[in-house]
Write a protein that binds this ligand. Sequence first.
Ligand code: E4P
Length: 220
Amino acid sequence: MKFFLDSANLEEIKYAIKKWKIDGITTNPRHLMVAGMTVEDFAREVKELVEGTHITVSLEVNPHLEDPKEIVDQATSLASLSNNFVIKIPATESGFEALAELSSKGVKVNITLVFNLVQALQAARLGAYYISPFVGWREERGELNTDFINQIVKAVKGYGYSSQIIVAAVRSAKHFVEAALAGADIVTAGFQVYKRAFDNPYTRMGLQIFSDAWNSIYGR
Ligand code: E4P
């Protein structure tokens, strides 16, 4: 399973590429707002960091756009900036119409804001490169995710579609477990979610025990 970082913070991205060997970056307008950047600024900066690597960067189109042609135009223009860019388009009727056009032109699309299996299948049918079901948002509304992710992975892979499933809006190590057990291709999570997931109190406790043993062998 690949690990993606969900962020528009360039320092976090540099850190995750260098130290965690992250496989990809996803971002959205909220991350850009926090980072104080336009999508064009971010595209310019992040391109320098990923060019010549396998790391994909998913950039979202303007969420106000409702006309599929306008979505296609912005997506095409963003995609032309780098081979590493994948364009995030919402799972709406207009988004799906734009997806069909973009797939036929060879533009890689990440269908975002996916909350049910039908949206995921429509994305897969029309050639989405990535499909992003949002588990954290569902869970915040009291919905369970294990079957949700399982069904999407089973259906998309079972019918032989090539789309990769990104489990998104990940909040905890538990979501990584659910994603991995379902056979999802990718998890995308924020910087602090990784920091917490990589840390474990038993690991720290074990280190203390082994350090004490080391000291009694070698002295301090
Ligand atoms: C994924 O591609 C999204 O950017 C992300 O997971 C959205 O959710 P969040 O910002 O609430 O985590």
